[in-house]
Design a protein around this ligand. Structure first.
Ligand code: GLN
Length: 489
């Protein structure tokens, strides 16, 4: 097995090798650190080599004393939106340059408690706003399948580094598609759980009613193992859902595809890809799952076309309030030589935020302003409700919905950066599930001219198990998720 294959073999396989003492966490960690050092993908914002080695040594020592933790010693990366105690957390913004949180996000703490080793912090779009990683203050991460292409966004660094074997897996966040779209573009698996399933404590806020933490990894099984460890009720997040916990998938395995599982095909999504390579890959995926025992039914999600405008009004409005805390006084970059307080606010925010973040703050503030509130914000909330009702109605007749993740493969870096509306359209198939708060996952399902394509499963609220089971069934019958990009270090 080549070094790249070993590092890309996934969380479950690596955990099994560690348990069988075929390799130590320290050896793996050193191999990943060397691969990161040699890589020019710009997938990491910061690497904590010393911290990673110390954690790996501790994991190896714990194994000697018989620790049964499944994830013990598995090296992963965290999206740089998650606070990590005593290590820099930038959210890819100049605004947070030099910020070292005094505490860790619940997600980080839970994974640490499960024994994972953190290698460093993954690149992303600034404050998670974007679909290409080009909005990072640290420059875009590159897509390992073709370094002239975008890795997707906002969790683009997470997706790129998983695809290239620069960590066994990575955390991500998804507000309107930020786990699923980069997973699709980079040929990896990624799940956004139900809103409320994973704690938002210590996850820097973009749009609080939509933000949800999740994970990207080579396979569905890998995602399931990590999700079990990071999910669960957290009293520190007021929207955390106090529902029965997910099974420990590492312990119990993934449920097999239920015979006669009914999968809905949303008409409004499929008309959007007619005649494309994505459509052919989608049909093949459908046939394959049919032969595995699934039944397909047409469904209609009638308000789909209104999802993008509603999402950009709601997420912008929430961003404008969330980001008001970065005033240079209480939080964030402080401009020097301001002449008075108003000037200090103005200069600090002008210098600290990038262009896309400013655009969102301006449009969001506008949508919330007196005179426009009803026309934009209230209207968008009504549309959000209609979209949620579309899904709830569809789930009366089907167990899952299957759709493309994106209309096509990764676009070129620079291709859409001057056209924000075209960039926003990238989220057409991912935003509706976000607005409805549903669990959704993207898995590799084929290639278009050598670039990966993503297949999406959307499930009813808190039914991550069905989403994962369908994805896993697909991966047991295909090897798209095992293909390795050529352009890796
Ligand atoms: N691309 C979307 C946006 O720019 C989604 C971002 C996300 O999910 N964080 O808002």
């Amino acid at each position: 097995m080549s070094n790249q294959q070993l590092l890309r073999q996934g969380v479950a396989a690596i955990a099994r090798d560690l348990a069988a003492k075929k390799v130590s966490s320290r050896e793996l960690t050193d191999d990943y650190l060397a691969a990161i050092e040699a890589s020019d993908l710009n997938a990491y914002i910061s690497v904590d080599a010393d911290g990673a080695r110390a954690a790996a040594d501790k994991a190896d020592a714990d194994r000697l004393t018989g620790s049964p933790a499944h994830l013990l010693g598995v090296p992963i990366a965290h999206k740089d939106i998650f606070c990590t105690a005593n290590t820099a957390t930038t959210c890819a913004s100049r605004m947070l340059e030099g910020f070292v949180p005094p505490y860790s996000a619940t997600v980080v703490e839970r994974l640490q408690a499960a024994g994972v080793v953190s290698l460093g912090k993954a690149n992303m779009d600034e404050f998670a706003m974007g679909s290409s990683n080009e909005n990072s203050a640290y420059g875009a991460a590159k897509n390992p399948w073709d370094t002239t292409r975008a890795p997707g966004g906002s969790s683009g660094g997470s997706a790129a580094l998983v695809a290239a074997g620069l960590a066994a897996a990575a955390t991500g966040t998804d507000t309107g598609g930020s786990i699923r779209q980069p997973a699709a573009f980079c040929g990896v698996s990624g799940i956004k759980p139900t809103y409320g399933r994973v704690s938002r404590w210590g996850m820097i806020a973009f749009a609080s009613s939509l933000d949800q933490g999740g994970v990207l990894a080579p396979s569905v099984e890998d995602c399931a193992w990590l999700l079990s460890a990071m999910a669960g009720f957290d009293a520190k997040d007021s929207t955390s859902a106090d529902v029965p916990a997910l099974p420990d998938f590492a312990e119990e395995g993934l449920p097999p595809l239920r015979d006669g599982l009914r999968i809905g095909l949303p008409r409004e999504y499929l008309t959007g890809i007619q005649g494309t390579v994505m459509a052919t890959a989608f049909d093949e995926a459908r046939r394959l799952l049919e032969s595995a025992g699934a039944e397909f039914v047409d469904v209609s999600l009638t308000n789909t076309a209104a999802a993008i405008p509603a999402y950009y009004v709601i997420s912008g409005a929430e961003a404008s309030t969330n980001l008001s805390r970065y005033d240079g006084v209480r939080f964030g970059h402080r401009a020097s030589d301001a002449i008075d307080l108003a000037d200090l606010y103005c200069r600090s925010r002008s210098e600290g935020f990038g262009a896309e973040v400013k655009r969102r703050i301006l449009t969001g503030t506008y949508a919330l302003s007196v005179g426009y509130y009803d026309a934009y914000y209230v209207k968008a909330q009504k549309i959000r409700r209609l979209i949620q009702e579309d899904f709830l109605k569809a789930f009366e007749g089907v167990d899952l919905i299957m759709a493309p993740t994106t209309p096509g493969p990764a676009f070129r870096l620079g291709e859409l950066s001057q056209d924000p509306v075209a960039m926003y359209q990238q989220d057409v198939f991912t935003v509706p599930a976000s607005l409805a708060g549903l669990p959704a996952m993207s898995i590799p399902c084929g290639f278009d001219a050598g670039l990966p394509l993503g297949l999406q499963f959307i499930g009813p609220h808190f039914d991550e198990a069905s989403v994962l089971s369908a994805g896993h069934a697909f991966q047991q019958r295909t090897d798209f998720h095992q293909q390795l990009p050529g352009a890796t270090p």
